[in-house]
Design a protein around this ligand. Structure first.
Ligand code: NOJ
Length: 487
């Protein structure tokens, strides 16, 4: 009852929820998400990743100097995770497979049988409880030897990724219906904060995008060519940030559209659109490259064959949705330095008045969800979509009302997107099942529906208010009167 009072105030604040449609479609799927590196631990039973290597060189690259060697210990305690998923009542669980746990050196000649066993147990355990696995093949944990070859900047990576995927389809494809190839980003190729710290913005990051897209498409075609009988659904995941013009001036509106194309379209246009990079991205990078003295664009080209190959290489699209940004046009620069930002010619920032989560980048902007989904629908002919991540960070409180409020607002916006804008969103995964290793900020920011005691060798899991709230939502499949129910 005490909890009831705490939630009751939310009802007053979010009155409009009561007026709008509150019911999710009958076939809508609810899930939660995680990633291997962030939860598994089991460090001694897998090969090293780029992140491990850089952490060893300088542990203070992580805010609390912590690491993911044990994390939530899901490698040993996956049955506890399955029990939580059962308790929540989810339809699907989005988790990722660690490339270096299957192939310790990244290459396909040496397969780790313990890794295969681990994921077999997890998949079978989920299916036994009628929970669909949605499996990401790559979620930021590249085997270190492949990084030594240049990682995602070396075109050979797309073949090695295909080899790895073949092993996954062979071992798990008879039971996994939804595969996500890659949780996309260019981290570390254009900056020095993130491993691999290549810091070659305007060159390394564009190479990474092209090879990522090719790797994805090779795996899509592999599944349709060699594993057709598995009838897999193959998708790609994009970080669906929304870019809103800072004002209605035509310069700022154009700058916001450029920001969308440089950050979202650059991934989606090849796979879900024309097969090539967006026209504005091609044009901007070509012009700036010429002015800087390059003989051709720094943006790699897709050949006509590659365009045909990557175009339409999808069954669905996964969108991670967290936050939004404001965009202002900036003056053209005429120096020799080059970078993605210079090509984009836009300043990106957030309004300091927007309510924030613990992560400095995460501002609560549910309106951005509807806008980014609407933009994708209009640009790419309304592909079937899943929200593959959506979540809120805090300090790890058990009564996590900030997270409940966040999910309520974003799910309400999602219902509007489905009902009013007719976007084809088939399901939603909350990030994340458990508090876990949040990359460069370690264990200082928590996203879990379940608290994990990282001081306890057994990594005790404790339900937070948000898990109880989400469980009720899944049971009732609607957003109203949530807080009238005793949690
Ligand atoms: C997106 C990433 O996919 C995930 O690994 C990360 O933990 C969340 N964002 C929160 O930052």
């Amino acid at each position: 009852m005490i909890i009831f009072h705490k939630f009751a105030y939310l009802l007053l604040i979010f009155q409009p929820i009561v007026c709008a449609n509150i019911k999710f479609p009958d076939d809508f799927l609810f899930g939660v998400a995680s990633s291997a590196y962030q939860i598994e631990g089991g460090y001694d039973s897998r090969g090293k990743t780029t992140f491990d290597h850089h952490w060893e060189l300088n542990s203070s690259m992580v805010a609390d100097s912590s690491n993911a060697k044990t994390a939530c210990d899901s490698y040993n305690q996956y049955q506890k995770d399955i029990d939580l998923l059962v308790d929540l009542g989810v339809n699907f669980y989005r988790f990722s497979i660690s490339w270096p746990r299957i192939l310790p050196r990244g290459f396909p000649n040496e397969v780790n049988p313990d890794g295969i066993r681990y994921y077999n147990n997890l998949i079978d355990g989920l299916l036994a409880k009628n929970i669909q696995p949605m499996v990401t093949m790559f979620h930021f944990d590249l085997p270190k030897p492949l990084q030594d070859l240049g990682g995602w900047t070396n075109p050979v990576i797309s073949d090695l990724f295909e080899d790895y995927a073949r092993i996954l389809f062979k071992n798990f494809g008879n039971r996994v219906k939804y595969w996500i190839t890659i949780n996309s980003n260019t981290w570390g190729y254009g900056d020095s904060d993130w491993p691999p710290m290549v810091n070659q913005s305007g060159f390394g990051d564009y190479l990474c995008v092209k090879n990522t897209v090719l790797g994805h498409a090779k795996v899509y075609h592999l599944s349709k060519r060699e594993f057709r009988e598995q009838k897999s659904q193959i998708g790609f995941v994009v970080d669906g940030r929304w870019y809103e013009p800072a004002s209605e001036s035509s310069q700022n509106r154009d700058a916001a559209e450029r920001a969308r194309e440089f950050n979202v379209g650059i991934w989606l246009n090849p796979i879900y659109g024309s097969g090539d990079f967006p026209a504005i991205v091609k044009q901007r990078v070509k012009t700036t490259s010429e002015k800087e003295g390059f003989s051709k664009s720094r943006l790699p080209e897709f050949t006509p064959d590659e365009i045909n190959f990557v175009k339409n290489s999808f069954d669905f699209l996964g969108v991670n949705i967290y936050t939004s940004f404001l965009v202002k046009d900036v003056d053209e620069r005429n120096d020799k330095d080059f970078s993605w930002d210079k090509d984009m010619k836009a300043e990106i920032y957030q309004d300091s008045r927007w309510e924030g989560a613990k992560s400095n980048w995460l501002k609560v902007t549910p309106w951005g969800l509807r806008k980014v989904l609407g933009w994708i629908k209009q640009k790419y002919n309304n592909p079937p979509m899943f929200i593959t991540e959506n979540g809120f960070s805090d300090g790890g409180e058990i009564e996590d009302l900030g997270r409940v409020k966040f999910m309520e607002l974003y799910l309400k916006a999602l219902l509007e997107a489905i009902d009013k804008d007719r976007v084809k969103v088939k399901g939603y995964a909350a990030w994340s099942l458990l508090d876990n290793f949040e990359w460069l900020v370690g264990y200082t920011e928590k996203f879990g529906l379940y608290h994990v005691d990282f001081a306890d060798p057994h990594r005790k899991r404790t339900p937070k208010s948000s898990s109880k709230w989400y469980k009720k939502l899944i049971e009732r499949r609607q957003l109203d009167e949530m807080y009238k129910t005793e949690l």
